[in-house]
Write a protein that binds this ligand. Structure first.
Ligand SMILES: NC(=O)c1ccc[n+]([C@@H]2O[C@H](COP(=O)([O-])OP(=O)(O)OC[C@H]3O[C@@H](n4cnc5c(N)ncnc54)[C@H](O)[C@@H]3O)[C@@H](O)[C@H]2O)c1
Length: 669
């Protein structure tokens, strides 16, 4: 397809004449059939809703087709309207546009739907099984058309994938405001999502799927490496590293697939159990896991040897993680670190495969006997936890929840996971690791994308970022030295680790000062032509300020406010009037619908003075909002960090907490 045809297709939006139906491509990884949740009347409503995008003369054909999709897949994806061009992050100047910011957003959307990047590209799902960019292809086409037409005096409003329209605004306003899955709180249960999504009125945007900020597995490799490294520091008795220590976990899927690679970078022996042979094969063929073993006897022998010889090796166990833990609990192999990354945020629809059933049997049971399947999952979780408990008792294993709702779902299943006071027996990785070591100081998953698509630009940005961090590290207080040095090491080795999948992107944990200084350096380099095209800045929502999630990002908030969501909402509102190019606010993401509110932004740096003004204003708020909230919750690191920020900027005046005398309070009741 020529560039002109590509541009023409974007400008056209929803075609006036129906394109030919698209055959179902068995080579592509498709979303599982969703639960058949709608009543007959609701199904009619779903069809009426879908037909709103099309002229009535096409309704007779489309109504039948959509009804068939609804029956067959549980959703109406409008497959026929998937564009013919290849979906990937084209160079920013290839997108038809009147405003460069809009072109950058189109690039980011297409990257999220690239088949090398997206989990179920034809169902518009980027990751996590249900993280949608749009609900259907009509929405995609219409949004791209609007973006190609918009000026920098307009804002596109996105309601859960549906482009509500272009509205007059102004140059400093966000070009796009996205909301995903925002429902009335009492209607925020798993089945509500299934129903609203099937009706075509809401979607689960995960974090970076529906906010157009996914950068492939790299983002997660970095975060996972930091987590495993710091978990290793926690269990280090005499300052020794992870050599010869064993990390046991599960999941080789979208995000979880980063675990073996992170284990290798951190220098341990790892076993990652995976039930789906396709997922195992993908990670093995990509070189993300070194060896695959499906026999527990062979595995035990191999692990003994790897530990004894202090090999750095990642092993996939092809099988159910419960079988693995139960076997380990009987062996004399010490398990130093343990976690889990099955998709327990989505336990009943393919996120967790119960022990005792084959992969295929599970798939059949979840569609045909959902109640029985639920029982099997819960029974499996009880066994899963019992085996982990045994390892913890025998070996002193340090087990942590990896943000997948493992503790929560296990407790709901009645597993032995609670202390007598009702708290979970094990910490979440944010409570023990990411929160106190990173988020409280403002370190979080800052990222950028070079819109030229040229690896040379990415190399230049790596070089600039490393230089900025080295300068900052030279004057950093001791409290943040470790984080600074981990990140300098990461950015210097990033190119060698060949982590780019899709757009030319990089991730780096940085604090407010680091993010601002790095962004300033990029903006100047763009102005001077050292970087050939604009750069998009963003972050994962899994950050200091972006997300209110009581069992994950905000699990280390102990003043009772972890069930509130003011921070995430304020973050998005504040970013939007401080210069973000786009903002997004989501219900759900990672841990599940109704369990989290998260917000994100994207910002285009084009080398202009406007961009320089915006980046300083917005990034400062974007990080310090969360630090302030964490400081008010009396988190020590955050109190330290916010005082430092106030010294640096006299316009910042944050309310600081006073500390109550424990004896006084204890004597009261
Ligand atoms: N990596 C991170 O930094 C991070 C951070 C926060 C949360 N998470 C959470 O981790 C979870 C995993 O994310 P993902 O994108 O990899 O999901 P995914 O669905 O792509 O992968 C999960 C994998 O687990 C496998 N699995 C399920 N049950 C199993 C079992 N009993 N035994 C062995 N394998 C089993 C599945 O086959 C699947 O391949 C999610 O809940 C996500 O929210 C990850």
């Amino acid at each position: 397809m020529t560039l002109q045809q590509f541009q023409q297709s974007i400008r056209e939006g929803i075609p006036a004449e129906l394109p030919a139906p698209k055959p179902y491509d068995p080579e592509v990884n498709h979303a599982p059939k969703r639960k058949d949740i709608l009543t007959k009347e609701e199904k009619k409503l779903a069809i009426r809703n879908a037909l709103r995008y099309f002229e009535p003369r096409h309704h007779a054909v489309l109504a039948r087709e959509f009804a068939e999709e609804l029956e067959k897949y549980g959703r109406i994806y409008m497959y026929r309207f998937r564009p013919d061009y290849e979906m990937y992050a084209h160079n920013i100047y290839d997108y038809p546009h009147k405003c460069l910011q809009a072109a950058a957003i189109m690039l980011m959307i297409n990257n999220n739907l690239d088949k090398a990047v997206a989990q179920h590209p034809h169902e518009l799902i980027t990751y996590g099984g249900n993280g949608a960019v749009f609900q259907n292809w009509a929405q995609y086409r219409l949004a791209m058309k609007y973006l190609s037409e918009m000026t920098d005096e307009q804002t596109l409003v996105m309601y859960s994938g549906h482009p509500l329209g272009l509205f007059p605004s102004h140059k400093d306003a966000p070009r796009v405001v996205v909301t995903n899955g925002m429902v009335i709180p009492n209607y925020s249960k798993q089945d509500d999502w299934e129903r609203f999504n099937a009706l075509g009125v809401s979607q689960y945007g995960q974090m970076t799927a529906g906010s157009y900020m996914y950068i492939g597995p790299q983002g997660i490799v970095h975060g996972t490496t930091i987590t495993v490294l710091n978990a290793g520091r926690k269990i280090s008795k005499h300052g020794e590293g992870l050599a010869g220590k064993l990390f046991v976990t599960a999941g080789l899927g979208g995000m979880s697939g980063a675990q073996p690679k992170a284990g290798n970078i951190a220098g341990c022996v790892s076993i990652t159990a995976e039930i789906n042979p396709k997922a195992t094969h993908t990670r093995y063929s990509q070189g993300w896991v070194d060896e695959v073993i499906d026999d527990l006897d062979v595995l035990m022998k191999r692990v003994r040897q790897a530990k004894a010889e202090k090999q750095v090796v990642s092993i996939a166990y092809q099988g159910n993680v419960v079988d693995l833990w139960e076997r380990l609990a009987e062996e004399d192999i010490v398990v130093e670190l343990g976690s889990d990354q099955t998709s327990l945020h989505n336990p009943w629809a393919g996120g967790y495969y119960p022990v005792g059933l084959s992969f295929e049997e599970s798939k059949q049971m979840m569609a045909e006997q959902p109640e029985l399947f639920k029982e099997k999952v819960q029974e499996s979780l009880r066994r899963h936890v019992a085996a982990i408990n045994k390892c913890v008792e025998r070996f002193g294993t340090y087990f942590f929840d990896y943000g997948n709702a493992f503790l929560l779902e296990s407790s709901r299943a009645g597993a032995d996971i609670l202390k007598p006071n009702g708290d979970f027996k094990y910490p979440s990785y944010v409570q023990d690791i990411m929160g106190p070591m990173c988020f409280d100081y403002g370190f979080g998953p800052f990222r950028w994308v070079c819109t030229s698509g040229d690896p040379k630009d990415l190399a230049k940005t790596d070089e600039l970022a490393a230089k900025v961090l080295e300068e900052l590290a030279a004057q950093s207080p001791k409290e943040i030295q470790q984080q600074m040095h981990d990140n300098i090491r990461w950015i210097k080795a990033a190119a060698e680790n060949h982590l780019v999948v899709g757009s030319q992107a990089r991730i780096l944990y940085a604090d407010a000062e680091g993010r601002i200084k790095i962004a300033e350096a990029f903006n100047k380099a763009i102005e001077w032509g050292e970087i050939s095209a604009p750069v998009v800045l963003g972050r994962d929502h899994h950050d200091v300020s972006g997300t209110d999630s009581p069992y994950r990002e905000t699990s280390n908030i102990y003043d009772g406010s972890k069930f509130t969501a003011d921070m995430a909402v304020q973050n998005v509102i504040g970013d939007s009037f401080r210069g973000a190019t786009w903002v997004s606010l989501h219900n759900g993401g990672g841990v599940g619908w109704g369990e989290v509110i998260n917000g994100g932004f994207g910002m285009l740096l084009d080398g202009s003075a406007d961009a320089d003004r915006r980046l300083k204003n917005m990034l400062f708020w974007d990080v310090n909002n969360g630090i302030s909230r964490r400081s008010w919750a009396r988190n020590e690191g955050a109190v330290f960090a916010i005082k430092r920020a106030m010294e640096a900027n006299p316009n910042l005046k944050v309310t600081l907490p006073n500390y109550a005398d424990d004896q006084l309070v204890e004597s009261l009741f």
